[in-house]
Design a protein around this ligand. Structure first.
Ligand code: AMP
Ligand code: FE
Ligand code: FE
Ligand code: ZN
Length: 274
């Protein structure tokens, strides 16, 4: 059984519709796939319809944009109540924060002499629940300013670069509590990618476990073999589930992030969701 627990559709910053994503997952030989758009569940219904039609098991999920100290940390949530009022309110706050900073980002790019408008970026993110940096990057690619999203982040959109603008993110401890209280299962995404490496200590994982954390995404392309071994040891120590996934974004990430490039052990999946 092949299980991939972290993918994005065009309801956030992936490039496949939920239907296309489900069909691609089946084409990649997956039996179970989780749809985990950033801060949005708007792809669930379409994904479920297609999954039912083609005989794929869909895990309904999300990737919450959270924060610990200064670092951006992402939290995967699975099979929670998408109407839970506290969670819905918090996700709206993240989405609003992402949309609200867009004009500032565009202005910063204009100040650098780049011709780009808010309307162009909003149009480029037509299907998405919010307009984020990846959509700004897509417009820069369309205009030939950069060759791909990675170059747009490296030159303009990452922290410390001239068009970076901070936005609201949920406190990580609160994000675990919200997912858990909504009946879901919380797993820290790519824990040691980017800034996470410097803040996600064993002690932090232990505190999160006390609040309901269920697992750690260990097998992810942003983790080295040494990272994976160390994270798996922490997970074992704290009786947390370990997962593996692709973090597929369609053509929005390079081809090494293809569906099923990392997978979750069926025994771990049974511990996570039965
Ligand atoms: P936003 O939520 O608008 O701040 O954009 C964050 C999203 O951009 C993340 O969830 C990633 O999918 C993507 N992203 C973040 N950093 C990079 C990077 N260095 N290169 C490519 N994509 C990135
Ligand atoms: Fe993303
Ligand atoms: Fe992420
Ligand atoms: Zn992701």
């Amino acid at each position: 059984m092949r299980i991939d627990l972290h993918t994005h559709s065009n309801r956030s910053d992936g490039t496949d519709s939920p239907e296309e994503l489900m069909r691609a997952a089946q084409g990649a030989g997956l039996d179970v796939v989780a749809l985990t758009d950033h801060d949005a569940t708007t792809g669930w219904a379409e994904a479920q319809r297609t999954a039912d039609e083609i005989g794929l098991r869909l895990v309904r999920g999300i990737e919450v944009s959270a924060k610990l100290q200064w670092a951006s940390v992402h939290l995967l949530g699975y099979e929670f109540d998408p109407t839970d009022p506290a969670l819905v309110a918090e996700l709206e706050r993240v989405i609003d924060g992402r949309n609200d900073r867009l004009p500032t980002t565009v202005h910063a790019l204009n100040d650098l002499g780049i011709d780009i408008t808010v309307e162009e970026v909003v149009a480029r993110s037509d299907d998405a629940a919010a307009t984020g940096r990846p959509h700004v990057a897509d417009v820069l690619v369309d205009k030939g300013v950069v060759v791909d999203r990675d170059e747009a982040f490296a030159r303009y959109l990452s922290p410390g670069k001239p068009a970076y603008v901070d936005r609201y993110a949920t406190d990580l401890y609160r994000a675990v509590e919200l997912i858990t209280a909504a009946g879901g299962r919380a797993v820290v995404a790519h824990a040691w990618a980017r800034g996470g490496r410097r803040v996600m200590s064993r002690e932090v994982f232990a505190d999160l476990t006390d609040l309901g954390l269920v697992g750690i995404e260990v097998d992810h392309n942003d983790h080295s073999a040494a990272d994976r071994a160390a994270l798996a040891a922490i997970a074992t120590d704290l009786s947390l589930v370990t997962t593996g996934s692709s973090d597929y974004h369609g053509t929005g990430k390079d081809a090494s992030f293809h569906l099923g490039c990392n997978t979750t052990d069926p025994i771990q999946f049974a511990r996570l969701l039965g």
